[in-house]
Design a binder for this molecule. Structure first.
Ligand code: LMR
Length: 398
């Protein structure tokens, strides 16, 4: 049977991660996969998570099954994190969230439920988007359609073209939006643009599917929730896939959530029963460990404050690496403008250099960047900035 199969190329982002690990040069720099690194190039477990982990060792009394929705306490606390504890949606009965295996698992469960509800649904994705959105969501059954999002030439959101395209999205279709820290561009919607998209969703009848994987890494926990909080207030239906990979540093623990807002509490109950049956038919139940840690951190005032301070330090480091890199390469012989790097949010920005320059950075200098020229700013640090900027300035001359 297997002789009919052809090998499949590894996902480019994860392939780059493997290639970086295999590179033996000590000066190599990883600007590829979206994983946070501190100023020493490490990806440590957050302290608040470590403390929770130590407590959990003592407190955990069973490893028995928890059920398809995961940990109810975690589910409740994630709602508070997404919307803020005082949001009116929380007492409406119209919102329900279940735990999922990471942001990817959440997106997939959400997509499956939407396709069960409306098999003819199409999903509109901004160009560009996280490349894995396409196979991950497309294989749930969506026909994928595109709307323009970013203009590479000006390194800005193409607001006019985006709104024009969204104006033609028919009722019942889904529109994928990035909650904050857009991956791969780093260019986030302004509040005004969020408001305009909500107006269009009401007018046209399309439904936003928000992917929020970086809450707290852009402008702050509450600020980064603007779009989904406003939409939760205004729209009858909304789907949000969220992840604790980045803001809790729980990458490999696969800790995420899928949240549904329905028109009535009765519908919300039905939707969540569908999500649970979807989960049962794919992986049965989500892994427990990461969610137990998140719920412990969010449920303890001191630990929560500790985590928030760490998250804020992470956010500020990313911001300062943006300035540092921009200032060190802005004056280049090619006359390229990198000022967008300073203005954008979260982990990523595009460099906008050529494929040849990208290749030279990797081959000659051991600097790993995905082929779209997306860089992860967390890979920049005070020890490698001179080497990094000199290497970039060298290839920019060519
Ligand atoms: C990324 O975009 O680099 C991360 O979200 C990791 C991944 O799975 O692609």
């Amino acid at each position: 049977m297997f002789e009919s199969l052809k090998p499949v190329a590894i996902d480019p982002i994860l392939g780059l991660m493997i290639a970086f690990k295999a590179d033996t040069r000590s000066e190599k720099i990883d600007l590829g996969v979206g994983v946070y690194q501190d100023d020493r190039g490490r990806t440590p477990v957050m302290e608040a998570v470590k403390i929770a982990e130590a407590r959990l060792m003592d407190l955990e009394m069973t490893k028995s099954y928890q059920g398809m929705a995961g940990d109810p306490d975690y589910n409740q606390r994630i709602l508070g994190l997404l919307f803020g504890d005082q949001h009116s949606i929380l007492s409406s009965g119209r919102v329900k969230s279940i735990q999922a295996p990471g942001g990817s698992g959440a997106l997939r469960v959400g997509a499956e439920v939407i396709c069960r509800a409306r098999p003819e649904s199409r999903l509109w994705v901004g160009v560009p988007t996280w490349p894995n959105h396409i196979p991950l969501l497309g294989s749930a059954g969506f026909e994928i359609k595109e709307y323009p999002y970013y203009d590479m030439a000006s390194q800005k959101i193409n607001g006019q073209a985006m709104m024009d395209a969204l104006r033609s999205v028919p009722a019942g279709d889904m529109v994928l939006l990035h909650g904050c820290c857009h991956n791969p561009t780093g260019a986030d919607l302004s509040h005004e643009q969020w408001d305009q998209i909500a107006d269009l969703a009401l007018e046209r009848g399309f439904i936003p599917l928000i992917d929020t994987a970086y809450q707290g890494l852009g402008d702050g926990l509450d600020e980064d929730g603007y779009g989904m909080r406003m939409m939760a207030e205004r729209l009858p239906e909304l789907v949000i896939a969220s992840s604790c990979s980045k803001n809790f540093g729980l990458y490999r623990e696969r800790t995420g959530s899928i949240t549904f807002i329905a028109e009535t509490p009765e519908q919300a109950d039905i939707v969540v029963s569908q999500a649970m049956s979807t989960a049962r038919s794919i992986y049965s139940m989500p892994p427990a460990h990461g969610a137990l840690l998140v719920s412990m951190v969010l449920g303890d005032d001191q630990l929560r404050a500790h985590w928030q301070a760490e998250l804020e330090a992470t956010r500020l480091r990313l911001k300062s690496m943006r300035s540092l890199l921009c200032d060190s390469i802005q004056n280049n012989e090619a006359g390229m403008d990198f000022s967008h790097i300073k203005e954008q949010k979260g982990m990523f920005s595009f460099l906008g250099i050529t494929a040849m320059q990208l290749e030279r950075l990797r081959e000659e200098f051991g600097i790993y960047i995905v082929s779209s020229t997306r860089i992860n700013l967390a890979g920049v640090n005070s020890n490698n900035i001179d080497y990094l900027s000199q290497s970039m300035l060298t290839v920019l001359k060519s």
